[in-house]
Design a protein around this ligand. Sequence first.
Ligand SMILES: C[S@@+](CC[C@H](N)C(=O)[O-])C[C@H]1O[C@@H](n2cnc3c(N)ncnc32)[C@H](O)[C@@H]1O
Length: 215
Amino acid sequence: MSAMSAKLFNWLQAAPFYMDLHRQAVQLLPIGDQKSWIDVGCGPGLVTRFAAQHGYHALGIDPSVASIAMATVIAENLAQNPTQFKAQFRVADLSELTQLASNKLGAADVISACSLLAVLPDRAQALMQLWAAVKPNGYLLIVEPSSQMRLRNAWSCLHQIPKKRRCALLLWSWARQNNIVDESIFQRLNHAEIRTYSLLFGLVRAWVIRKEKRL
Ligand SMILES: C[S@@+](CC[C@H](N)C(=O)[O-])C[C@H]1O[C@@H](n2cnc3c(N)ncnc32)[C@H](O)[C@@H]1O
C-alpha cells in the first residue's frame, strides 16, 4: 500500500461512524485480561488500539510500511495518556502469521481481520491461514461490508451518523459495492460456535467464530 493509500485509510479510520462500528466489533469479544490479539491487515491500527483498550496484548500486522509507521506514531502519541494501553505494530503479511504465531507470541487468543478478506485474491485460503493462528478456545473476528453496502443505502443512512467525515461512508460504499465476501466460506471452519452481528444499519457484518477447546 502506498503512502497515499495509508493516508486515505487513516482519514477513514478517524471518521466517527467508522470508529464506532469497529469499537462495537471489538467489544463483541470477552475482556482481554492481557490475552493476545493479532489484528491482521491493521492499516493505521484502529482495531489494534481498540483491542489494547479492551485489555489485550495487541499486535497489528500489515505489509504496508507506510501504514505501520503511521500506526506506530498514533499509538505512541496516545500511549502518553496513562489511561491508554499500548498497541504494538509490525510489518508482516498474512503468510507470515503462522510463523509469528508459533514463535514468540504463540498462537493468539484472538485473530482479527477487518476489511482484509475482500482485498485478497484467495479468500478461502486466507481464512484458513487466519484460523490456523487462533488458539484452541480462541476467537476469529471478521468484519466486512455486507451486501447492503451500496451507494444508495449508504446515502439513506447518512443523516443517522455523526456529521464529521460522513462522506467517507459514501466513498466506502462506492468502493465496496459488488465486492462482498461470501459468508458461506466460514462454514468450512471447524468451529465450536459462530455468531453473526449486524453493524452500521446492516451495511457491515461481524462474525465472531470460536475454536474448539481441543482439536
Ligand atoms: C481495506 S484495508 C483495511 C485496513 C483496516 N483493517 C481497516 O479495517 O480499516 C486492507 C489492509 O490489508 C492490508 N493487506 C493487504 N494484503 C495483505 C496481506 N497479504 N496480509 C496482511 N495484510 C494485507 C493492506 O495493506 C491494508 O492495510
